[in-house]
Design a protein around this ligand. Sequence first.
Ligand SMILES: Cc1cc2nc3c(=O)[nH]c(=O)nc-3n(C[C@H](O)[C@H](O)[C@H](O)COP(=O)(O)O)c2cc1C
Length: 285
Amino acid sequence: MTGAEYCGGAKGVDTNGYPVETTGNAVLDTLEHRSSTRAFARDDNDRPVAVTDEQRAAILHAASRAPSAGAMMMYSIVSIREHATLDRLADLCDHQPMIAKAPWALIFVVDYAKWIDLFEHVGCFEPEFVERTGKAPRRAPGLGDFAIAAQDAVIAAQNAVVAAEALGLGSCYIGDIVENAEEVAELLDLPPYTMPLSMLIVGTPRKERPAIAHPVVNLVHEERYCRADAATMDAQVAEMDAMFRPHAREVGERVMDIYTRKHTSPFMAEMSRSMEWWFKNWLGK
Ligand SMILES: Cc1cc2nc3c(=O)[nH]c(=O)nc-3n(C[C@H](O)[C@H](O)[C@H](O)COP(=O)(O)O)c2cc1C
């Protein structure tokens, strides 16, 4: 079953009444009808309906087919099905119980440890190798390595999202995986030169999930970046408030909601604290 078939009930509009076009192109329709899944179907024993071996293999294969800088695959995927681990992650990721109720989680770890190990394994750090090649001796990964490795990891995660959708499954990113760095590093046995940047929960959606609209005003810039003027910001605010209805009562309510609930939240402060820890870990400090 494709995502488009699964979401056939969208009936041409999303939750905000925006037209959702079905093109007949399987990939475009899967992208168009995807939405995040936060509630998963349960079986007769009140356990989350499992993702089958075939589905897991297909999703992991799709992830591995993602573009990768130099085909270096600078990420690792930690696949988690044990309930105790999901429970712990639910707690560590800003107390989101839906994580414990998912049958499967995937953590996309930005990973340079595997390359450091390989360099060592084939002798790149040996003095004779350094002398013969004239290359610099051993160094830890830097921010340049991070820039490409992080893209590898996130692109692979998104391939998994699309593959899950195409199989009739649902998924949701969990950005809070970068919080509580010390505990997460211990829970997952993460070594230096790694960072768990992306997490997905995956499973059978409990009910149909119509796509929600995404704001697009001030998104695409022609040729040069163009900072929004007051008129553009008014249009942005109006678009977001329209999407936020029936909650939005005053102009700018959606922006204020983001400011109070996200920008100034304790979870964002914890994320920033933890990211400093993860960057030190990445740099081998
Ligand atoms: C980097 C990232 C982190 C996210 N973290 C969470 C999260 O921790 N909890 C959650 O419920 N949704 C999370 N989401 C899902 C977004 O809230 C969701 O994508 C957004 O509201 C748009 O809805 P849609 O995916 O259904 O189109 C995350 C999405 C991204 C891309």
